[in-house]
Design a protein around this ligand. Structure first.
Ligand SMILES: O=C(O)/C=C/C(=O)CC(=O)CC(=O)O
Length: 267
């Protein structure tokens, strides 16, 4: 039986959130250590020894420090093989699930991360925000095309997979970046402005469709797979210093794009 890992995390980190979802769904007990990025804790020399980039997440397990969320999740998949599987059996299915996940983890999130946007904005917050928003919208547009072919109850068919570890956290980032698709619910409105799709993604006007949501489903599965409210905390809220100011992780909100909107809020 492997020993208990320690997760260095922070509530605002979408990458750390992916790992928290995976740990929770796999029912792996772990120690949570918040790295208060907003106060520079990632620059602590001690932390830099285990996470040279000063990023979260970082998983410490049996004396090995593992950084990069996808490396961590795949490690958990291999190290705890008797827990819930996040990759399907067939190689082509695994490739598709990884592709869905990597669309976010390689081609959306790293481009819209604050250190990139802030460098681009050079102090102009509006400019930095528009950078993030643009790349999230373009990325979601592409993701939408993929999901139209792959999604069932979840991003890939009817089983939770690695892709579902990545989408909710990216939706969370989209909210922070005021992606217009959320507008009807969060005070904007109108269509996507990616310049490519000629109008609202999927055409459903961004209205929140109701309570049966993909996000909520993942939250609930996470909650029940861990037997209660304690893990609910560690999923969205992180607890203590790790907790977000907005409570509850995902609340009701508009969808992102047509099918994403559908799986998030309608199916
Ligand atoms: O572990 C990763 O895959 C990447 C980590 C980061 O880029 C840091 C991070 O959490 C950025 C963010 O999502 O806010």
């Amino acid at each position: 039986m492997p020993s208990k890992p320690t997760l260095y995390s922070f509530w605002r980190s979408s990458c750390a959130w992916r790992v928290r979802i995976a740990l929770a769904l796999k029912g792996i007990e772990y120690e949570y250590k918040a790295v208060d990025i907003f106060n520079g804790a990632q620059n602590n020399p001690e932390y830099r020894k285990i996470s040279p980039f000063g990023m979260v997440p970082c998983l410490l397990h049996d004396g090995t420090a593992i950084v990069e969320s996808m490396a961590i999740i795949e490690y958990l998949e291999e190290k705890f093989p008797y827990t819930k599987r996040l990759l399907p059996d067939k190689p082509e299915d695994r490739a598709t699930v990884r592709a869905l996940a990597y669309m976010i983890t390689s081609n959306i999130q790293p481009i819209q991360t604050n250190r990139v946007a802030n460098y681009y904005g050079q102090g102009d917050q509006e400019k930095a925000n528009s950078w993030n928003k643009h790349f999230i919208e373009v990325g979601f547009h592409a993701l939408e095309q993929m999901l139209q072919k792959t999604a069932g109850k979840y991003a890939f068919g009817d089983s939770l997979s690695l892709a579902d570890m990545c989408i909710p956290a990216q939706v969370f980032n989209a909210r922070f970046s005021r992606v217009k698709r959320y507008g009807n619910y969060f005070g904007g409105g109108g269509c996507c402005q990616c310049g490519e799709c000629g109008g609202p993604y999927g055409g459903s006007q961004g209205m929140w469709q109701g309570p049966s949501s993909y996000e909520k489903r993942i939250l609930m599965e996470e909650r029940y797979s861990n037997g209660g409210a304690g893990q609910w905390q560690s999923f969205g809220n992180g607890g203590g210093i790790g907790g977000p100011p907005m409570g509850g992780g995902f609340g009701p909100g508009g969808g992102v794009v047509g099918l994403v909107n559908g799986i998030l809020f309608g199916r």
